[in-house]
Design a protein around this ligand. Structure first.
Ligand code: GAL
Ligand code: ZN
Length: 645
């Protein structure tokens, strides 16, 4: 477990470097991440490389036994590169090449870009091969799988389609191209999705394939860099940092061949006025990507701004508390973004640990406390988190849901988040894993919105339930086949047998509320109502209004030795919590019902010891009972309790 900072020596006068390194050392910093945007400093002219400045900084850290995470600087190609090879710029959906004004606008498939990237990465890796303190490599920065529509991408996509379907007839069939006279009579007619039309006017089967192709192009680009780095650093761990954005590459495939997963963690500083907010959802999702611990490459350190009006400042307790929360969910390293706020450039108001004044203040003092606390936690390293609950996630459903918004306010990831929040409220560990991951060892599997078919996931869920597992399926499951076309069978189609019910009709209710009754009590759902007919399932909840009043809203079916729940609406928190409690009870998993709202508990084990991370994810004091004693938690305080098993 290590704490570090993101540092941009290229932004500061070199007289500050030594001073900064000394302060970091004194504070207990053990890792420094650098260079992800510094290409023009390292290759100021084509083919002329200069690493002297970075050498000096790397050595300063080496002398203080601080590990360096080096990043390939490929997120920001230098302006000379764009000027000489404009074809490396990303082309938007409007068919226009973007301008080189800001970072990140490059096409991963452009041959010239690949060529320049290869040289840059090779030179850098070669140069630092013998530096003793390279702790890890980060490839690029927050790679996204947005749509590049340049000619190279279009051509590559045609190849991709050819490889996948072999014949034009097969493509036409897979895309249902009979609609709107869309049949291809030559490969050349398969385009990149250029055009000024809303995305909703394109064929969703084709669009999902383009998104898959973009995700694979992104992954190929990352693996291409990893391959070069491995030639020089066969034993140094390699990663790339991700975040939750609109165009995420498929994380399960992205990290498959990388050594570990890393993530940029920016919890909101403005808490919701009511209700529950837990970004621990993201942390659990990231831990589940490789089903092992991860690093946080950027961690909230100061007032966010620039991309939007400034948010409230980081409240007292957040720096230490959110750092420890990340560790409680599996972070082996937390790197704070950034050591000092930039005094220039577009991001000058996205604050770091130290403000523009360069006077370390309240936040920096709290950061130093975090460093001290984490140093005293070394004996917990190697602890494992056991979870009886898996929550399934699939990027294909996420993509397809974005391509065709089902109804106002209905988002894929929020369906997972709702159940995650419910389990969290009971203090239960949750693994968020791929829909296709192995399910053995779990007692409960929650599979929200199994929208696009994965045959493997369908089969695994069936056998998990059949052999005694508890499964929760929700509305909009079994809707699409692998090609993103509707399945011509009553919903939930692939899951009809295991749920023991059929959806006769549905009602897209947008942001409206839906009254539901269960066990004589009132609950609410939203967004969607499946009007269900039970075949062999029992009815747990019914709708209370509209023309389907009295019809089942939630059902439960015995399937083999297991139990399958089906929720036909999107449960608001009380309903999700009630259903979650039923599953926990049935699975005989330990849970607690007395946790105050926003208190989160994660449990780790090592060599006969149990570590309980108890976190107050809120700005008011909370009290709760642990081991027979009242425990008081200050705002954002983490308490770590040790028990002998
Ligand atoms: C991240 C990005 C950083 C910085 C930060 C704060 O998404 O990787 O370079 O921009 O956000 O805005
Ligand atoms: Zn392109």
């Amino acid at each position: 477990m290590k704490i570090g900072v993101d540092y941009y020596p290229e932004h500061w006068d070199r007289t500050l470097w030594r001073q900064d390194a000394d302060l970091m050392k004194k504070s207990g910093v053990e890792l420094v991440r650098m260079a992800e945007f510094a290409w023009s400093k390292m290759e100021p002219e084509e083919g002329i490389f200069d690493f002297a400045w970075l050498d000096e900084v790397v050595e300063l850290f080496a002398g203080r036994e601080i590990g360096v995470i080096l990043c390939t600087p490929t997120n920001c190609p230098p302006l000379w590169l764009y000027e000489k090879y404009p074809e490396v710029l990303l082309t938007g959906r409007d068919g226009r090449r973007q301008k080189p004004a800001v970072r990140g606008h490059r096409c991963y498939n452009a041959p010239r870009y690949r060529e320049r990237v290869e040289l840059m990465v090779r030179k850098m890796a070669e140069h630092y091969q013998d530096a003793g303190n390279i702790a890890a490599w980060q490839i690029d920065n927050e790679v996204e799988a947005g749509s590049c529509c340049c000619d190279v991408c279009a051509e590559k996509f045609r190849e991709w389609v050819k490889n996948k379907y072999d014949t034009l007839e097969a493509v036409n069939q897979a895309y249902h191209n009979d609609v709107w006279s869309g049949s291809y009579s030559a490969w050349s007619q398969i385009p990149a999705p250029v055009g000024n039309y809303p995305i909703t006017q394109y064929n969703p089967a084709y669009l999902l394939d383009y998104q898959r192709f973009m995700s694979e192009s992104t992954i190929d680009y990352v693996e291409f860099q990893a391959g070069i780095l491995r030639e020089y650093f066969p034993d140094t761990p390699i990663t790339t940092n991700t975040w939750f954005c609109e165009h995420m590459p498929d994380f399960y495939k992205l990290f498959d061949k990388l050594d570990f997963c890393s993530y940029d963690n920016y919890p909101a500083t403005k808490l919701p006025e009511e209700g529950y907010y837990s970004h621990a959802f993201h942390l659990d999702l990231i831990r589940g990507v490789k089903r092992k611990n991860f690093w946080v490459m950027e961690q909230l350190s100061g007032t966010p701004g620039c991309w939007m009006p400034m948010a409230p400042t980081v409240r007292p307790g957040m720096i230490k508390g959110y750092g420890l929360q990340a560790i409680a969910h599996g972070a082996d390293a937390v790197i704070n973004f950034r050591f000092r706020s930039a005094t220039g450039g577009a991001e000058m108001f996205w604050h770091g640990l130290i403000d523009h004044s360069n006077v370390p203040g309240r936040r920096y003092a709290e950061f130093e406390e975090l460093c001290r606390t984490v140093k005293a936690m070394r004996h917990m390293e190697g602890a494992v988190m056991q979870s009886g609950v898996a929550l399934l996630c699939g990027f294909e459903s996420e993509y397809a849901f974005r391509l065709q918004l089902q109804t106002e306010g209905f988002y894929y990831m929020e369906q997972l988040q709702a159940f995650h929040a419910a389990f969290t409220s009971f203090g239960v560990n949750v693994d968020i894993i791929s829909q296709e991951a192995d399910l053995s060892g779990y007692r409960i599997v929650v599979a929200p919105v199994m929208y696009v078919r994965s045959q493997k996931a369908v089969e695994q869920l069936h056998s998990f339930a059949y052999n005694g597992g508890i499964v929760m399926l929700t509305t909009r499951s079994g809707v699409k086949d692998e090609n993103n076309n509707c399945i011509m069978r009553p919903l939930p189609a692939d899951y009809a047998d295991m749920t023991g019910c059929l959806v006769e009709e549905y009602d897209a209710v947008g942001n409206g509320k839906v009254a539901v009754e269960m066990d004589g009590k009132d609950y609410e759902g939203t967004h969607w109502c499946d009007i269900i007919r039970t075949e062999c399932a029992e009815t747990l909840a019914v709708y209370k209004e509209d023309f389907y009043a009295g019809k089942p809203a939630v059902t439960r079916n015995l399937y083999g030795k297991g139990v399958v729940y089906y929720t036909g609406t999107v449960g608001l928190p009380a309903l999700c919590r009630k259903l979650t409690e039923r599953m926990l009870e049935q699975a005989a998993l330990p849970y607690r019902t007395d946790l105050p709202q926003c208190v989160e508990v994660t449990t780790w084990e090592k060599e006969g010891k149990q570590f309980l991370f108890v976190f107050n994810n809120d700005q008011t004091v909370k009290n709760c009972l642990f081991d027979g004693e009242q425990t008081e938690l200050q705002p954002f305080e983490m308490k770590i309790l040790e028990r002998t098993l």
